[in-house]
Write a protein that binds this ligand. Structure first.
Ligand code: HEM
Length: 152
């Protein structure tokens, strides 16, 4: 994982940008996650979701995005990301659904940033690049745990 972080050029500056990104996304993320869960419930994998699970996932997903952007990829974050892959796999949620879900939430975060902030363009661009890089690390860890948990 450290190699991927280095490869993506995530350094101290990127960590500061990620924290700044979450300061902005913290509030709108609740509505974005709620809309995502409503939409997912109507989809072909919606049978996995019921009201109590949705309530739990509202909190757990928000906590996950928060720790992605603020933890510096610490052990607690890595454990959480690994558990997501394991849990989804246990549930029989194919990784293609996870990839699509991840992309749709990331796209909504990007829209918030691009359309609803008045940051100068260079800062918007730096925050968008940071979003892409952090989302890539997150996806990489979860997808690795999808495929490797049986071997571990
Ligand atoms: C970006 C996309 C997603 C994120 C960040 C995410 C995150 C999480 C997290 C943090 C957990 C708890 C894992 C644990 O046990 O520690 C979880 C479980 C679960 N996820 Fe996802 N998930 C995503 C996509 C999906 C999709 C597309 C579905 C499809 C229905 C789904 C269904 C579930 C279900 C049913 C559980 C178990 C909930 C429970 O029993 O409490 N997730 N997910």
């Amino acid at each position: 994982m450290r190699d991927i972080v280095r490869y993506l050029g995530i350094d101290t500056r990127a960590q500061l940008l990620a924290e700044r990104l979450w300061q902005y996304l913290d509030e709108p993320s609740s509505g974005i996650i709620a809309a995502f869960l409503r939409h997912t419930r109507q989809s072909a994998v919606g049978g996995l979701l019921d009201d109590p699970i949705i309530e739990r996932l509202m909190a757990e997903q928000k906590e996950h995005w928060c720790s992605l952007f603020n933890s510096g990829f610490d052990e607690a974050y890595q454990r959480r990301a690994t558990l997501i892959g394991i849990r989804h796999r246990e549930l029989g949620l194919d990784s293609k659904w996870y990839i699509a879900a991840h992309a749709s939430i990331k796209a909504r975060f990007a829209e918030e940033l691009l359309l609803r902030t008045k940051f100068p363009l260079p800062l918007k661009s730096a925050l968008l690049v940071t979003l892409e890089k952090y989302a890539a690390v997150d996806l990489a860890i979860v997808l690795s745990s999808y495929s490797s948990w049986l071997a571990d």
